[in-house]
Design a protein around this ligand. Sequence first.
Ligand code: WAQ
Ligand code: MG
Length: 260
Amino acid sequence: MVQSRIYSVRMRASEKESHENGGKHISGGELLSSYHDLQMSVNTLLEKALNHSRGKPDFLQIQCEMVNQPIKRVNPLTVHTNEVTTVKEGQELARSLLEKTGVPKDIIEQAYKQIPEYAVRGAILIDIQTGERIDGRIDKGVRVSRMDWQWENFEKWAKSKAVLASPRLKEALALATKVCNHPLTIAELCWSDDPNYITGYVAGKNIGYQRITQLKHYGDERGCRIFFVDSSSTIHTYVSYLEEQPIIVQWEEDHDSRVD
Ligand code: WAQ
Ligand code: MG
């Protein structure tokens, strides 16, 4: 991708009303595109919006903006898949992995108690010192944007790691890689709001991207995305990083890092 004329393309779709008027979130998506690929990129996000298991959109927005900042290239987090046999086992593993990243136990419990209250289309930011939610985006959360991973490079990576190459894994791993690339991120906890997808993950610098095969039951439309953050003093620059810093994930075998 030539650095000049790179576009951030973002999509959001909802049922009944727009998100800001209280509509139900159906689907969202973000990618980076060259000018040449713009039509195909818009189509990719349009298809995603029109074919989501959460429902058909009544409101749909796709926005393209030229990116002016230089794009940073980062190696993907190391991936490990943890097979579990029940949701309970999966959630216990998620809690212990979060502890391993350095989130205190009581903060993890406090965060879990708040999960049922969240109905956002972005991520919740939680301060690991206080357990308080610090993003201040009540019913919106923070949407991480301006990250991507070229399909060919992703496929090559997936093949070498013997994992199934799916757009969902590519998107989630690119997002987690961007998020964990920031020094204030301690950990991320995530599972999908797609009722047909029950695998989720915990990610952190020292543990990499740890997939857990069951973090919720089939049919459940409640998703979760929490970033555990070290301090709230520079929250404004942290959020700008999440929303604005362009990042391309690019796997280079020599740079593969080891995790505990
Ligand atoms: N920025 C912030 N939050 C987001 C973003 C984003 N770009 N995209 C989604 N979210 C939030 C939002 O609240 C969703 O409800 C929730 O995360 C789940 O999003 O096999 O598919 O796109 O390794 O449904 C993880 C496992 C799948 C993949 C996660 O999330 C694998 C997934 P979804
Ligand atoms: Mg998504």
